[in-house]
Design a protein around this ligand. Structure first.
Ligand SMILES: [Zn+2]
Length: 257
């Protein structure tokens, strides 16, 4: 059984306006924010350049999860997802962080009444109930000192059951997952940047378990779960750990920064 208490806590200083990176006291280096790495790497020009450098097939696999897409369709898909994310108004960001806080309290079993945005909260409860989610730990920082990035994930959970009509190609019953909530009106999970983000966290956790823990290495979760919480519906997307994708992303980040 996975021991959550065995997840190492990195010794990081928070990024600030002046110093926009994490300072890592474990290795003495500065680590980039995961969201910054991804934001920069999936920018339109970067994608174009990357397509030329690593080949289209590799790019599709990493960015769209769907190698069968045509180049134009992949570009459209990527563009659409970026507009959706960047188009979030301040109200939407504020709503997102309030719902996040509420979900964190639920995860930590902190009593709370008067939930904000009842529609969203209702959908979050549906998700937790449908998958019989046992939240083991919420909001924790991870650092990958090997590849030089850090970030905070919404949590780690054990999934109790697999609802029949969701994520048909996976059976999540009994599985340990890293999960990240995405709140937006339609309750969607975005491709590609959100999948990559979760893959970065999966790698960072595994790296930490292998390098920052004394004694035998635990196998961390091999799957991530993106949970899109909307006003009237929710959706889930399973993300598989992919060390190569993360390595490629960070290599690429070195090239463009
Ligand atoms: Zn470090």
């Amino acid at each position: 059984m996975f021991d959550v208490a065995g997840i190492p806590v990195p010794n990081l200083t928070k990024p600030t306006k002046e110093v926009p990176k994490y300072g890592c006291r474990d290795c003495g280096e500065a680590h980039e924010r995961t969201t910054k790495v991804i934001g920069k790497c999936v920018a339109k020009e970067a994608i174009q350049y990357w397509a030329e450098k690593v080949g289209r097939e590799g790019m599709y696999t990493v960015l769209t999860d769907d190698p069968s897409l045509s180049f134009e369709d992949a570009k459209r898909k990527i563009k659409a997802s970026e507009i959706d994310t960047k188009g979030q108004s301040e109200t939407a960001m504020d709503r997102g962080s309030q719902i996040h806080n509420w979900l964190e309290m639920i995860g930590d079993s902190v009593p709370c009444d008067e939930p904000p945005f009842p529609g969203y909260v209702e959908q979050a409860k549906r998700f937790l109930d449908d998958f019989d989610v046992d939240i083991l730990k919420t909001e924790f920082q991870m650092a990958h000192c090997g590849l030089g990035y850090a970030g905070t994930v919404d949590g780690i959970a054990r999934i109790g059951k697999q609802p029949p009509r969701r994520n048909r190609q996976y059976d999540l019953t009994g599985k340990l997952v890293l999960f990240d909530y995405k709140t937006n009106k339609a309750g969607r999970t975005y491709v590609p940047s959100h999948s990559l983000q979760l893959q970065c966290y999966l790698e960072a956790l595994q790296w930490s378990l292998e390098h920052r823990v004394d004694g035998p290495t635990q196998q961390g979760p091999e799957l991530g779960l993106l949970v899109g919480i909307g006003e009237e519906s929710y959706s889930t997307r399973v993300v598989e750990a992919d060390a190569d994708a993360v390595k490629t992303l960070l290599d690429w980040y070195q090239v463009i920064s």
